[in-house]
Design a protein around this ligand. Structure first.
Ligand code: GCU
Length: 361
């Protein structure tokens, strides 16, 4: 039973302040939320920079023939200005030419639309707009903090202990896409959902935690330092991730990753920062590196926070899942699909099915 597993793994209680006091009301929760959000930034991902002084948008191309003209496809340059400096990145926008019921903001590993992981036409046929950007167009996936958006914040590319890692920078990019989507009359502003896969699933969780404008957050196969509980985790650990990808994190995270100090939180404490909005965690059965069991466990451990706020948690506490299953009945949703680490059509179809249901509620 997963509730016993939570005890066995000694997972910290999201509903206890670091002082040990209990979080008993939604007013308490606001304080606890602030405590956790600050802690994840200061100790793990690094502080997400403040909103830009200004952000402007420029349409740079349009494809009138996309999907035979059924859908709108155009590209916008997003140009945030910080302390007099401007950096830019591209967002590809796919809009159904009918009533739009919701929108996905999606960070991709590819710069085309559609892409291997983004079936844009099918998503739009379901009534959703998609705003997709190639994550390295915002800043490279390496230790260089002088290019793209990172150049706005780091004069010489050097970082201090709790400065943003690349996950925080990419999360900042997601919020700038949100700034753009807010300007579009055809998009229902209260139904904008953030989606990311793998390292970008970690990023989506952080951005959705920080920015409460998102209606929901989807983390697909985000695993270590994403949706998976670290204590007792199989596959990748903080140490594995930090050794190869230290640029994703704040420099300070090293002492935790190398086991010199224990974190006061586990990853469910990041998931709860989406509450009372919608949280969706997706896993793939053969993705043992990410560890589906520990992702499911995090959803169970996160659920009491949703319940304190009058929402419905995952409603599942049976055994670990051993076959494809979708748990769609609460404000915390989860699915396990067959196959390996990937974001495929089955995943998207599940997301759409779930969000459709929440809209019709
Ligand atoms: C590596 C990394 C994972 C990450 C994944 C990805 O496998 O170890 O933490 O999620 O890359 O982003 O594809």
């Amino acid at each position: 039973m997963l509730n016993q597993e939570i005890k066995k793994r000694n997972i910290p209680d999201a509903l206890k302040f670091f002082s040990g006091d209990t979080v008993a009301s939604s007013a308490d929760w606001q304080k606890r939320r602030a405590e956790l959000l600050d802690y994840f930034q200061s100790e793990m991902y690094g502080y997400i920079p403040a909103a830009p002084d200004e952000v402007s948008f420029e349409e740079i191309s349009r494809d009138e023939l996309f999907s035979g003209g059924k859908l709108e496809l155009y590209t916008v340059l997003i140009k945030p200005r910080v302390n007099g400096k401007i950096a830019s990145f591209k967002v590809q926008c796919v809009l159904p030419r009918k009533r739009i019921k919701g929108a996905f903001i999606y960070a991709d590993f590819f710069d085309t639309v559609p892409s291997k992981c983004l079936p844009a036409e099918e998503i739009a046929d379901n009534g959703y707009a998609v705003f997709s950007f190639f994550y390295e167009d915002t800043s490279s996936d390496n230790n260089d903090f002088t290019n793209g958006l990172a150049s706005l914040f780091f004069e010489k590319g050097e970082r201090k202990e709790s400065d943003a890692g690349k996950i925080s920078i990419w999360a900042w990019a997601m919020m700038r896409v949100m700034d753009y989507v807010q300007t579009l009359d055809s998009i229902p502003k209260d139904r904008i959902i953030l989606v990311g896969h793998s390292r970008l699933g970690k990023t989506a969780l952080l951005a959705g935690a920080y920015d409460e404008r998102f209606y929901g957050v989807v983390s697909n196969d985000s695993g270590c330092a994403g949706a998976a509980i670290e204590r007792g985790k199989q596959g990748e650990t903080y140490k594995d991730a930090f050794i190869v990808f230290n640029h994703w994190f704040a420099p300070k995270f090293e002492m935790y990753a190398l086991g010199k100090k224990e974190l006061l939180v586990d990853q469910h404490c990041l998931l709860v920062l989406t509450a009372p909005r919608k949280l969706y965690v997706a896993s793939a059965f053969l993705d043992k590196w990410a560890d589906p069991d520990s992702e499911l466990l995090a959803c169970v451990a996160a659920s009491p926070v949703f319940e304190l706020l009058g929402k419905k948690g995952l409603s599942y506490s049976g055994e670990f899942l051993r076959k494809a299953t979708a748990l769609h009945s609460g404000d915390v949703a989860y699915h396990l699909r067959d196959g390996v680490h990937y974001l495929n059509r089955d995943d998207w179809n599940n997301f759409i099915k779930y969000f459709d249901k929440t809209f019709n509620h």
